[in-house]
Design a protein around this ligand. Structure first.
Ligand code: 4NP
Length: 147
């Protein structure tokens, strides 16, 4: 799960998918990253922590990390939250195999729409909508890879 700062959107995506993985007894490993390094080592944004907590999910074990080359080989699927994240991740790839791993997360929910999860950092009211979008996407991911 990759966004810009790895403090707002992708920590929510990580927390939501991990929650569903536990509910479905799946043997999946999920982490999140930012394309930027400004927040490296920081907790998720307190507004993401709050909206996750409201839905029964604790994301306070997470710390922001910047995406690295090795992530492109170690993970099977790499989800960008918006088109900017997606394009920045693609620029890091070196092989067709790596390119094929990179996806826009909302395309799991509505294939082909290339919908971005909006960056909620500069406002206060976007976090619940981001949560709902990512919940839809994570439901679709679980359905797709378990059926
Ligand atoms: P995120 O949100 O990419 O969803 O973690 C942002 C967090 C921090 C900044 C921008 C977006 N920032 O500019 O510091």
């Amino acid at each position: 799960m990759v966004c810009l700062g790895n403090i707002c959107r992708s920590p929510l995506a990580e927390g939501i998918l991990k929650h569903k993985i536990a509910e479905h007894n799946l043997d999946w490993h999920v982490e999140s990253r930012g394309t930027g390094n400004w927040h490296a080592g920081h907790l998720p944004d307190k507004r993401s922590i709050a909206v996750a907590r409201k839905h029964g999910i604790d994301i306070t074990d997470q710390r922001s990390q910047q995406i690295q080359q090795k992530d492109l080989t170690e993970f099977d699927l790499i989800y960008g939250m918006d088109t900017s994240n997606y394009n920045n991740i693609l620029k890091m790839t070196h092989t067709e195999e790596q390119k094929a791993k990179v996806k826009m997360i909302m395309n799991e929910h509505q294939p082909g729409y290339n919908q971005s999860v909006p960056d909620p950092y500069w406002g206060d009211d976007g976090f619940e909508m981001v949560y709902q979008m990512l919940d839809n996407a994570c439901n679709a991911i679980v359905a797709q890879y378990t059926s």
